[in-house]
Design a protein around this ligand. Structure first.
Ligand SMILES: NC(=O)c1ccc[n+]([C@@H]2O[C@H](COP(=O)([O-])OP(=O)(O)OC[C@H]3O[C@@H](n4cnc5c(N)ncnc54)[C@H](O)[C@@H]3O)[C@@H](O)[C@H]2O)c1
Ligand SMILES: O=C(O)C[C@H](O)C(=O)O
Length: 308
């Protein structure tokens, strides 16, 4: 399994590190436009191999796509991150051009690859890759829900004063401060609905803290987060590499699923060797349906800013 990660910045390097530590890929190629940067990150990471016990070979290249040839999975993290006070949507002007060029270069060298889009605004960047590359819809996957669900579980565990391993929950919808839909009514502690343990007010607090998870970290760090994003991507790459058929909420192109069309937005997906093997249609209550369709309107508004 060969994986290319474009963008050797905070998220790209973290993603490469987690993929290597999990030891399921033979090769990770890190590519960046900044001269020598990916080479340096790759060398530093390779010097952790004997310490962390992995055999994955990590190489770094400066803008040389020939080295990415025949990658099974390509991850796009190239682009600018937001600063405190900004929304993800404000990044569209710079990141759309980067994502369009990068995805075209990747496919030219790896025509059978599966692409995971991370750059923000992620749902719109995923839609852009669908619109400009024409790859089958199962082979373009946006990463947002895996991260948002991890943050949801963190907040649930905090509220429940429970170990995270006891908690389950999922976030669907757009990967934005207002568009996320944490499915609080379906969240459980060891199979018991969390409403048995938490007041309505506390559950709403968990929902609101989850939705602004990225903004909260951006304010603390001065730039956006990377450890949990990198871990979330590595989990998705592993599901594809090892054909696990695990369910992750992913930004997928919808053609009627959930009553939505012509956008990419977070919905539960089975991930396996073929990328998105199935979009899982779970039943939503009326409030959840309304929130998902409101979120879809927000994503479509941002998509409307693309020059297609
Ligand atoms: N979807 C998510 O859940 C999620 C999570 C975290 C970050 N992000 C997004 O991921 C992106 C990267 O974040 P980061 O913190 O790693 O930023 P960063 O600035 O640390 O790294 C970005 C890297 O991209 C490189 N780059 C820019 N243009 C390029 C090009 N044309 N080709 C190759 N490389 C190029 C830069 O040189 C830089 O090293 C941002 O858009 C951020 O908003 C998304
Ligand atoms: O918050 C951001 O801008 C980065 C990313 O989308 C995140 O959720 O961490």
């Amino acid at each position: 399994m060969k994986v290319t990660v474009v963008g050797a910045g905070a998220v790209g390097a973290s993603c490469a590190e987690y993929i290597a530590i999990k030891n399921f890929a033979s090769e990770v190629v890190l590519l960046d436009i900044k001269e020598g940067f990916a080479e340096g990150k790759a060398m530093d990471l390779m010097q952790t191999a004997s310490l962390n016990g992995f055999d994955t070979k990590i190489t770094g290249v400066t803008d040389d796509y020939s080295k990415t040839a025949n990658s099974d999975v390509c991850v796009i993290t190239s682009g600018i991150p937001r600063k405190p006070g900004m929304t993800r949507e404000e990044l569209i002007g710079i990141n759309a051009g980067i994502v369009k060029t990068v995805s075209s270069n990747l496919i030219e060298n790896s025509p059978n690859t599966i692409i995971i889009v991370v750059s923000n605004p992620m749902d719109t960047m995923t839609y852009l890759v669908h619109k400009t590359t024409g790859l089958p819809k199962n082979r373009i996957i946006g990463m947002g829900g895996a991260l948002d669900s991890a943050r949801f579980k963190y907040r649930l565990a905090e509220a429940l004063e429970a170990p995270i391993s006891d908690v389950d929950g999922m976030v669907i919808g757009g990967h934005s401060d207002t568009g996320m839909v944490p499915l609080i009514n379906k969240a459980t502690r060891n199979s018991v609905n969390v409403s048995e343990f938490l007041s309505e007010e506390r559950m709403q607090q968990v929902v609101e803290d989850t939705k602004v998870g990225g903004a909260t970290l951006t304010k603390l760090l001065g730039t956006s987060a990377w450890y949990a994003p990198g871990a979330a991507v590595s989990g998705m790459v592993q599901a594809i590499a090892c054909d696990t058929k695990k369910i992750f909420p992913c930004s997928a192109l919808l053609e009627g699923e959930y009553g939505l069309n012509d956008l990419a937005i977070g919905v539960p997906c089975v991930l396996g060797a073929n990328g998105i093997e199935k979009i899982v249609n779970i039943s939503l209550n009326d409030a959840e349906k309304a929130k998902l369709s409101e979120s879809a309107e927000g994503v479509k508004k941002t998509n409307g800013l693309l020059e297609l």
